[in-house]
Ligand binder design. Structure first.
Ligand code: 5GP
Ligand code: ZN
Length: 153
């Protein structure tokens, strides 16, 4: 009887330790997400497109960026250019991570014939919910193939 109670205490001790470990781990994750604004890239649709865990109509990719067709095109040509590394929006651009922006723009210009946009296109970047950003992974819309209205709404 005494031996059994010792075992019970041991298992109780192990059980409490495991519960505490997971509770602390979860609290640390919530704190990191909430205060540092770090994205949950596991849930990000464009991260999934970038790492090919979901399919897309990919036109170009390299180690830093990808260009693919928009699922719901607003123009005859409607592409999205994204950095592969998760950046939530243009508001998160800093001196440290801004090199990917020049890379994306240089590539769009270099590939303009292949992308069939030539010298007639518009780049749109919605930043924040009020501007119309629905996917919180930085992306540049490349619109072409029709006369585009100005100003945008
Ligand atoms: P936003 O409104 O954030 O500026 O633009 C998001 C764009 O992503 C929209 O034009 C929308 O059609 C497109 N989009 C959303 N989900 C997907 C997807 O799973 N695949 C592709 N190719 N485009 C998507
Ligand atoms: Zn992402």
């Amino acid at each position: 009887m005494k031996a059994k109670s010792k075992f019970d205490k041991f298992y109780k001790y192990v059980y409490i330790k495991i519960v505490c470990y997971y509770a602390i781990d979860m609290l640390l994750r919530i704190k990191k997400f909430k205060y540092k604004g770090e994205p949950n890239t596991m849930d990000c649709i464009f991260c999934k497109i970038a790492n090919k865990s979901i399919p897309s109509n990919l036109l170009y990719e390299d180690e830093k960026m990808a260009i693919f067709k928009d699922l719901n095109p607003e123009a005859p040509i409607h592409l999205l250019a994204i950095p592969k590394k998760h950046i939530s929006s243009l508001a998160e651009i800093t001196e440290e991570n801004s090199d990917v922006i020049s890379h994306i723009f240089a590539k769009i210009s270099e590939l303009k014939s292949f992308l069939e946009i030539e010298n007639d296109f518009r780049i749109v970047c919605n930043c924040g919910e009020n501007s119309g950003q629905t996917v919180m992974h930085l992306h540049f819309h490349i619109l072409s193939g029709r006369k585009l209205k100005w100003p945008p709404g």
